[in-house]
Design a protein around this ligand. Structure first.
Ligand SMILES: Cc1cc2nc3c(=O)[nH]c(=O)nc-3n(C[C@H](O)[C@H](O)[C@H](O)COP(=O)(O)O)c2cc1C
Length: 370
């Protein structure tokens, strides 16, 4: 082999090495772009879906759907057992992850209103059957606790003595409540805590404090109804004190492993009603105390549409408090709901009327996702 041939051979070898290097580096860049793609698709997988399993404390929620409270008919709190258990079984079998019971009175003086009641131990056994049926069918259930105050609408409303922050005629019912004494307030707070303990004994996964829709606690925190001059009236802090005390009493009575939620009024439509600022004050204070979740509601009857009516304030509450938020009212379109939970800090969607119409709608939605 002469020198020029050797040189050509070396040159060709170098060329081949450079080509191999080039191709390999191309492969490397391909593999890194594949990684990028994978990481993008992983991010995609991290998108929230309505069917995600999540936890709140020790409670597992099999999807992000919550059946918002719908009042149940009873005879002075005694369950219409067969029909009621069937209704809740249908909901659980229909796929909703978590059910809030119909509003439940905590004070015997309101027993004329024929809804759920938990003011006495005698109600525990029937509710234990109800919660067992729901759990057997794979859903969670929390009991919603209420005091109606001047928003009392039972047959005996003309003779019933309603309690309120101040003796201001109710805008809906016209009832003028009796202004509560400190002893009344203490007793009512204790009633909430006792009812929560009974709910716990009956197998509920938690309780929700009803703080909206014009019932007692909602009335109490408004400037319009609350004209008190003691530590429960005047400033925003004072007017909200009773709700915080109800929460504290319940939490102390049931411990940290039992879910305690609240349903709040995001805003009122009347002068002297709850403002966004006041709602945020309350939810921030409850967050500091360890509330497990906040359901955001308001005057749902004033709205129409297929998007969460209270989305913006619910997002603000979720962002400020860091507490799981359920937004209820107007959730109708699954695609809109899924977009909302990805674009806001809202984690859960509550539904009442759609599930009255079709208790199986979540299961049907799950079928479309298979
Ligand atoms: C028949 C009926 C009964 C209701 N009962 C309750 C109740 O017991 N407690 C409560 O907080 N809200 C109650 N609500 C309000 C719902 O929980 C919910 O906040 C409202 O219907 C808006 O949600 P939606 O648009 O999904 O129906 C009731 C609503 C309806 C239609």
């Amino acid at each position: 082999m002469n020198t020029s041939k050797i040189l050509n051979f070396v040159l060709a070898l170098c060329l081949i090495i450079v080509c191999i290097k080039f191709i390999t580096s191309g492969n490397e860049s391909n593999s890194s772009s594949k990684e990028d793609y994978l990481s993008i698709s992983n991010n995609k997988e991290k998108m929230k879906t309505l069917l995600d399993t999540t936890t709140m404390g020790k409670l597992q929620l099999k999807n992000r759907f919550v059946r918002a409270s719908v009042g149940d008919k009873t005879h002075h709190g005694e369950l219409n057992k067969e029909a009621t258990i069937q209704l809740y079984t249908d909901l659980a079998q229909g796929g909703v992850g978590t059910i809030l019971s119909g509003y439940t009175i905590i004070d015997e003086s309101e027993k004329g209103q024929n809804i759920f009641a938990m003011y006495d131990d005698k109600f525990i056994d029937d509710h234990a059957e109800l919660t067992a049926a729901v759990h057997q069918n794979g859903a969670n259930i929390l009991m919603q606790l209420v005091h109606l105050g001047a928003n009392y609408n039972a047959k005996d409303k003309d003779t019933h003595i309603a309690l309120g922050a101040s003796a201001v005629p109710n805008l809906q019912t016209g009832i003028v409540p009796r202004e509560m004494t400190q002893a009344d307030i203490d007793r009512l707070i204790q009633n909430f805590a006792d009812a929560a303990v009974r709910a716990q004994k009956a197998g509920y996964d938690g309780v929700e404090i009803h703080g909206c829709h014009g019932y007692f606690l909602h009335q109490f925190i408004t400037r319009y109804y609350n004209r008190r001059t003691d530590k429960y009236g005047g400033s925003m802090e004072n007017r909200n004190r009773i709700v915080l005390e109800v929460y504290d009493a319940i939490r102390q009575a049931v411990g940290n492993d039992f879910q305690v939620w609240i349903k709040v009024q995001s805003q009122d439509a009347f002068d002297g009603g709850v403002t966004h600022e006041e709602c945020l004050y309350l939810t921030n204070e409850l967050a500091k105390r360890g509330i497990d979740a906040i359901e955001v509601s308001g005057n749902f009857w004033d709205f129409r549409g297929n998007e969460a009516f209270f989305k913006d304030i619910a997002n603000q509450i979720a962002t400020e408090t860091g507490v799981p938020v359920i937004v209820t009212g107007g959730n109708r379109d699954f695609a809109v709901m899924e977009q909302m939970i990805n674009e806001t800090a809202i984690e859960y969607v509550g539904m009442a009327r759609p599930l009255i119409q079709n208790p199986r709608m979540i299961g049907e939605y799950m079928e479309t996702k298979k």
